[in-house]
Structures are given as C-alpha cells and as structure tokens.
Design a protein around this ligand. Structure first.
Ligand SMILES: *[C@@H]1O[C@H](CO)[C@@H](O)[C@H](O)[C@H]1NC(C)=O
Ligand SMILES: [Cu+2]
Length: 124
C-alpha cells in the first residue's frame, strides 16, 4: 500500500520531469534504452555512451509481464542472479535512482540477463 503510493508519487514526478525536460532535485530523468525499444535484450552497451550523475533517474519502460527490473550488486550482475530478498519491480514502468559509483540492474526472466538484458553504470 505505502509502496504503491510512493510509486504513484514517483511516477507523477517523473512524468513532470520528462515533460519539462528539467533537472529536478533528483537529477535528470532518462528513459532507458534505444528509442523506442525501452528495457530490452542487448541493452548492455546503452549506458556507456552517456555521463550520468548521482541522483539521476532511469525509467524502465516495457511490456508488463515480459520483463522485470532488479537492482543488484556486482555478483548479481555477473551471475545474473538476484538475491532471495531482492526488490523486484514488474509494473512495466519502473525506475531506479543512480548512486555514485557502480550501479547494476538486471532482468531475471529466464535467459534474459544472459542475453544482455542487464546494465552496469559507473557514476562518477
Ligand atoms: C528472479 O529472482 C527472484 C528473487 O531472487 C527469484 O525468486 C526468481 O525465481 C528469479 N526468477 C528466475 C526466473 O530465476
Ligand atoms: Cu527481460
């Protein structure tokens, strides 16, 4: 319930941020992926083209039920396995906020992460 409300607030802020293309207090907002594919296979190289900052927000757009979004650590990224207690987002319109340093995110549907549906983002 509380989670749902937070998500709703976030979605609203993100939409406003995207609409005005502004730099809000959370940093910039980016749609993940090469338009218009969104969060999809072989996305591994996408973040390497850009310089992201701490508190930038990634929005993951995809067909609900076909993928998910799990922020993991390096081990999770390397092995394509999420920890048992992982927070799994699966709404089709999900987000993550970048931290300084390494950030890792995967889709753990069977075979997807192995098909490069994962990203490592180094934020300076
Ligand atoms: C994805 O990760 C969750 C949390 O660890 C796990 O319960 C689920 O079985 C995983 N899915 C697959 C297809 O491995
Ligand atoms: Cu997937």
């Amino acid at each position: 319930m509380a989670q749902g409300r937070i998500s709703l607030i976030f979605a609203t802020v993100l939409l406003l941020g995207l609409f005005f293309r502004c730099e809000n207090v959370w940093g910039n907002t980016y749609f993940v992926g090469y338009d218009p594919t969104g969060w999809i296979f072989k996305i591994e190289d996408w973040p390497t083209r850009q310089n992201f900052k701490p508190d930038d927000t990634f929005v993951f757009s995809y067909n609900r039920g076909q993928h998910n979004v799990i922020v993991v650590d390096k081990q999770g990224y390397d092995t394509c396995k999420a920890p048992k207690n992982a927070y799994i987002q699966s709404s089709g319109f999900d987000y993550m906020i970048l931290n300084k340093g390494e950030n890792y995110v995967i889709c753990n549907f069977t075979g997807h992460c192995e098909a490069k549906m994962k990203m490592a983002i180094n934020v300076l």
